[in-house]
Design a protein around this ligand. Structure first.
Ligand SMILES: NC(=O)c1ccc[n+]([C@@H]2O[C@H](COP(=O)([O-])OP(=O)(O)OC[C@H]3O[C@@H](n4cnc5c(N)ncnc54)[C@H](OP(=O)(O)O)[C@@H]3O)[C@@H](O)[C@H]2O)c1
Length: 336
């Protein structure tokens, strides 16, 4: 089969290779991949910032949808013909996480999904809702679950609360859509006024351009009558976290998700103490949370925001797009 593999660190070392067809073992399913989507994490992987000990060659990309075409012995959770999506943390089924959840993610120490076929444990896949196209279903798993797990499962989001999402990438737009659909008020930030217009169309009540307002927390406070926001999806990290602490409401939750501006942060501890803010690390989420999210998406009929769909042979252009940043998700269609 054909697979896009990383042969060394660096985007230029991604190549389309012929590799042996995988065979499902006990408790596993063979999935014929239809579409995959890219995440910022894929960029971290090829840059060597996600796992500096990556072993090459390794097939890339975590998020996918496909059809189960064969089962290994004792595989009972899925059947041939099922359309399934991957779960990012392939060994995290439910309950409290270990510190190893993101290690066992596709394209890291196990082969990824940017290939014609993929073998996965039956506990690392969930049925894809039928109302979604393949491209939409592929867009969901990592970014969607990260936003859902942060806001709903760990954040206890309620109607009328205020959610602030940073930028218009995958996690943030899922956060916007979920929060809006559940009756929250959403403040969206972006470097682009055009993207902010599109964020309003998706349901954002207020918007802040973080390029023209680098101290965006002052705008967020002004928009909330100086009260602050209830939830922040912190995808930026680095010095941005200190701004989020200023923008959070007393006992609000900042979900620590991303590191776009840095892996380290100096933060005002007294601000956290005074506000009794909750600073919560997030590592995507377990399979059961993915299943609950898919059920809710099906009820609400939420459609992921897809920026561009690329052909399998044109995967390099998709990774170039990831470097530029997208409005929502970048999809690669593996099979029509
Ligand atoms: N912990 C977890 O479980 C988890 C899960 C998923 C992702 N992540 C992390 O979360 C981050 C986002 O991932 P993603 O896949 O959603 O990324 P993405 O789709 O590539 O989105 C990146 C977007 O971030 C925005 N951005 C860049 N610098 C910014 C800044 N200073 N302030 C506000 N927004 C800024 C830009 O939006 P505009 O163009 O609108 O400015 C850009 O398009 C990454 O660091 C990723 O590694 C973590």
């Amino acid at each position: 089969m054909k697979a896009w593999q990383l042969r060394a660190f660096g985007r230029e070392n991604l190549s389309l290779n012929e590799v042996p067809d995988p065979t499902p073992g006990p408790g596993e399913a063979l999935v014929r991949i239809s579409s995959v989507s890219l995440n910022y994490r894929d960029k971290l992987l090829y840059e060597g910032n996600y796992n500096p000990h990556l072993e090459f060659p390794i097939t890339q990309v975590a998020d996918a949808v496909g059809e189960v075409v064969a089962l290994g012995p004792n595989t009972t959770r899925v059947k041939v013909g099922d359309r399934v999506v991957t779960n990012y943390c392939t060994r995290w089924i439910d309950g409290p996480p270990t510190t190893k959840e993101s290690l066992y993610s596709l394209g890291n120490i196990i082969p990824g999904a940017l290939a014609e076929y993929l073998v996965l444990s039956e506990n690392a896949i969930a049925l894809a809702p039928s109302y979604l196209t393949n491209d939409e279903a592929a867009a969901l798993p990592c970014a969607g679950l990260t936003a859902w797990y942060s806001l709903v499962e760990k954040g206890g989001l309620t109607t009328g609360q205020t959610v602030l999402v940073q930028g218009t990438g995958g996690v943030s737009l899922f956060g916007l859509q979920i929060a809006h659909a559940l009756g929250a008020t959403v403040i969206a930030t972006s470097s682009s006024d055009k993207k902010l217009q599109r964020a309003k169309f998706l349901g954002a009540t207020d918007t802040i351009n973080y390029k023209t307002h680098p101290e965006w927390q002052d705008e967020a406070l002004a928009l909330t009558n100086k009260q602050g926001v209830d939830h922040i999806l912190e995808v930026v990290g680095g010095p941005n976290l200190a701004r989020s602490i200023k923008a959070i409401r007393p006992q609000g939750q900042i979900s620590i998700i991303g590191i776009i501006e840095g892996f380290d942060a100096t933060i005002p501890l007294f601000g956290i103490i005074q506000k009794q803010a909750i600073i919560r690390g997030i590592s995507v989420g377990p399979l059961r949370a993915l299943e609950r999210m898919l059920k809710k998406f099906n009820e609400l009929k939420l459609h992921p925001v897809i920026d561009t769909v690329y052909a399998f042979n044109d995967a390099r252009a998709a990774f170039d797009h990831l470097e530029r940043g997208a409005f929502g998700k970048i999809v690669i269609r593996v099979r029509d």
